[in-house]
Design a protein around this ligand. Structure first.
Ligand code: ACO
Length: 426
């Protein structure tokens, strides 16, 4: 017999089936609750609500665990490549050598953009935030690749997924080059995913671009660390947008818009700006006092799910040191970051609230050392997260119980009343 919980409202009892996952908390199935009892559940911010069933990513926030299809993030970051992780997220398994060759070829085949797409960028101001450009450009893909928009056709869904993973680096690099007033660089398909991206970002016609394997590996690792993160705000946005049957490119544009916010992906830019504002180690105590006085938050700290540590932050910190060492960069902000981390982790205010550095705390310093301006940080996050978004979107379409997402509300506004003509108001 299925486990169940019993909810009592007044003198009536309602049985709620308890569904079990493969690991993690069980869930109370409230799908019939409204029909049976005329009550909704109330959970703004979804702090206790599972919005879907998924087999892609598992997080245990208390234990600091992040698994993609069962594989721990630190193992993937250490041993795998971003494209392999893309295959894993999209298809459920690490690829065999043969599958990987085919997958890599499929992605490579789609790296170019329609020639007319380049003129689309010219419509933006050069000083536009690259996330604004990304939101517009990715949404516009639907206008250029109309042959893969039938969401009910698995083959077309697959082509859209491959196109997105392949074209995001090209679009992101164009957004960057455009903001710098430099010409666009055509993708080179013989290069690896991350090397190709770095070349498209930093190559200029006046001189040869020299790849740096440490930076290429760091870029790939940063992409792996950001590839998916379960049902976060932007992923839920993509699923909700997709639940209506909207085109996949439009759904990803919605995800990018959501990611931009400072509480989500925009935090990496804000974390670096905060370190710049603090400026030097002597200013840390006063800044931390401001946080405790609730004047502002410590950006790059805290997480809705991780209440112990963010396993991605540990790998990011290691990558940060590697990059700075390779480039011989002595960034004073790293010293500020390390001291701030130490102070915050030993302060009761942060201990009581279980606030630990998240992935964004060290990613800004790393990306800055690699030559990216801070406005690009969230763009890189969006590029990497695209595979997570599209994998979750694909999973939603493969679920036969898919329904349009339609939350309910606790209404506290005026009850029905009659219209009053203007002269009788006030
Ligand atoms: N600095 C100071 N205090 C904080 C911080 C922070 N960064 N984050 C949370 N708190 C405090 C809150 O003020 C609250 O205190 P209270 O109980 O005394 O009122 C308590 O900790 C709980 O905070 P909530 O807002 O309820 O936590 P929630 O889970 O809703 O927020 C969030 C998570 C949005 C990530 C939050 O920690 C935050 O804004 N952090 C800074 C932005 C950031 O780094 N975002 C990146 C997230 S990771 C990512 O998207 C890749």
């Amino acid at each position: 017999m299925t486990d169940k919980a019993t909810l009592t409202i007044g003198d009536k009892n309602y049985d709620l089936p308890i569904l079990k996952g493969s690991t993690g908390p069980d869930v109370l199935d409230v799908r019939k609750l409204y029909a049976d009892s005329d009550h909704f559940t109330f959970d703004p911010g979804f702090t206790s609500t599972a919005s879907c069933e998924s087999k892609i990513t598992y997080i245990d926030g208390d234990a600091g665990i992040l698994l993609h299809r069962g594989y721990p993030i630190d193992q993937l970051a250490e041993k795998s490549s971003f494209l392999e992780v893309c295959h894993l997220l999209l298809n459920g398994e690490l690829p065999t050598a043969e599958e990987f060759t085919k997958f890599e070829r499929n992605i490579t085949y789609h790296t170019m953009l329609h020639a007319q797409f380049d003129s689309f960028f010219q419509g933006f101001r050069r000083d536009a935030h690259p996330m604004a450009v990304m939101t517009g450009a990715v949404g516009a893909l639907s206008a250029f690749y109309a042959d893969s928009l039938n969401v009910d056709d698995p083959k077309q869904r697959e082509i859209s997924a491959h196109r997105l993973i392949a074209k995001m680096p090209t679009i992101a690099a164009r957004a960057f080059q455009y903001s710098q007033g430099r010409p666009f660089v055509t993708p080179r398909n013989e290069l690896s995913y991350s090397e190709n991206f770095l070349r498209m970002c930093f190559s200029v016609p006046a001189e040869d671009w020299v790849p740096n394997p440490v930076l290429t590996r760091a870029m790939d690792r940063i992409f792996i660390l950001h590839a998916d993160h379960e049902q976060n705000a932007s992923t839920s946005t993509v699923r909700l947008a997709g639940s209506s049957g909207a085109h996949p490119f439009a759904c990803i544009a919605a995800g990018i818009a959501c990611l931009w916010g400072p509480s989500h992906g925009g935090a990496n830019q804000e974390a670096l700006e905060m370190l710049e504002e603090i400026g030097s180690v002597e200013n840390i105590p006063a800044y931390v006092q401001g946080v405790k006085d609730r004047k502002y938050k410590l950006m790059g700290f805290g997480h809705r799910v991780y209440k112990n540590f963010d396993p991605r932050a540990k790998v990011m910190q290691k990558t940060c040191y590697e990059v700075l060492e390779q480039l011989g960069v002595n960034d004073p902000l790293l010293k500020v970051a390390m001291e701030l981390e130490k102070v915050a982790l030993s302060d009761q205010y942060f201990i009581d609230r279980k606030l630990y550095p998240n992935i964004d705390f060290y990613s800004g310093i790393t990306l800055r050392a690699m030559g990216f301006p801070k406005e690009m940080f969230t763009v890189l996050f969006a590029l990497a997260r695209t595979v997570g978004w599209i994998s979750q979107w694909k999973e939603m379409f493969e679920d036969p119980s898919r329904k349009i997402g339609r939350p309910r509300q606790l209404y506290t506004g005026a009850t029905q009343r009659d219209y009053v003509t203007v002269e009788k108001r006030g």
